[in-house]
Design a protein around this ligand. Structure first.
Ligand code: DON
Length: 304
């Protein structure tokens, strides 16, 4: 399979879409990002790499960070997490408050904002310095890249994150946030503001294509069963109320973020990361979803 040729033809085909989306503007610091950018990286579990576009550009990974926070919590706390968060798609926007009241403060899944806040709260139980632990884990997964978060973006979101603050307070009223709300929100905004490029992102998702084991150093991040389950959750909940359409069009476990990134895996084969900051109405990258759809169509692979 000539992945390089496929990536180049995809980059050409999605060009007209790149400018058509809308950058996330509810986080003021993200509203300034130039919409006219596209990058895509494929890395196989054998270490072969293929890239096209602005693959050296760092972008805000936003909700894609929830895969890493969830992986850490799942590894350390195992099935104990399920008393505090569900594993059903929400069918609602990622920042919705509506189900939480009817469902006793138990978020539907770890990828919507409410669920991710609960997972962030759990990180304080598994590490003295959860921020450092998270950054070190991602650094290890990405093959030693210099991973950091963007303080300006984190602060910009903190200053405007009224919905997340409301969710955190409501969760606390149900005792589903154990730690200090300010600390939990700060860590949440910090992990959302982590910056990576598509190469680093594809690399750090490879363990999910390889049964939970980082193929580069054979380090076991998750058990085979946990890795399969995380992939199942990305398939059903990874792109919020667009997860059905994503499965229909792309057919891979994947996770999106409002920075315009999407990371996905083909179990047993490869990880793929795409970035284009223009979003569709559901908050997912417009050109990014199309690029992944073209990738599975042109390669003929899918988990289905
Ligand atoms: O909490 C938020 O709203 C953002 N930090 C993350 C949202 C996000 O990336 C949803 N993705 N599509």
């Amino acid at each position: 399979m000539d992945y390089q040729k496929i990536l180049e033809s995809i980059a050409e085909e999605v060009k007209p879409l790149v400018k058509k989306g809308k950058v996330a503007d509810y986080i003021p610091a993200l509203a300034k990002v130039d919409i006219n950018q596209f990058a895509m990286s494929v890395i196989t579990i054998d270490g072969a790499e293929f890239h096209t576009g602005d693959t050296k550009m760092n972008f805000s990974i936003q909700s894609i960070s929830k895969v890493f926070t969830f992986a850490l919590a799942f590894r350390e706390l195992q099935d104990r997490i399920w008393s505090r968060v569900g594993r059903e798609p929400s069918g609602n926007p990622f920042n919705s408050l509506i189900q939480l009241e009817k469902e006793n403060g138990i978020p539907r899944n770890p990828f919507i904002n409410a669920g991710a806040l609960v997972i962030t709260d759990m990180l304080f139980d598994i590490a003295d310095n959860p921020r450092q632990k998270l950054l070190e884990t991602i650094k290890l997964l990405s093959g030693g890249a210099d991973i950091s978060y963007n303080k300006l973006i984190a602060e910009s979101e903190r200053a405007n994150g009224f919905r997340n603050a409301a969710l955190a307070n409501f969760l606390k009223s149900h005792q589903n946030i154990k730690h200090d709300i300010e600390e939990v929100l700060n860590l949440y905004f910090c992990h959302c503001s982590i910056e990576m490029n598509t190469r680093e992102l594809a690399k750090s998702f490879l363990f999910l294509a390889n049964g939970g084991v980082n193929p580069e150093d054979n380090h076991q991040i998750l058990t085979l069963s946990q890795s399969k389950r995380l992939n199942a959750m990305m398939t059903t909940c990874g792109s919020y109320d667009e997860a059905g359409d994503f499965a229909f069009r792309v057919g891979l476990p994947g996770k999106s973020g409002v920075g315009g990134g999407i990371a996905a895996v083909i179990p047993g084969k490869l990880a793929v990361a795409v970035w284009s900051p223009g979003l569709n109405a559901k908050g997912n990258s417009l050109a990014g979803i199309k690029a992944l759809e073209l990738f599975t169509t042109k390669t003929g692979v899918s988990v289905f």
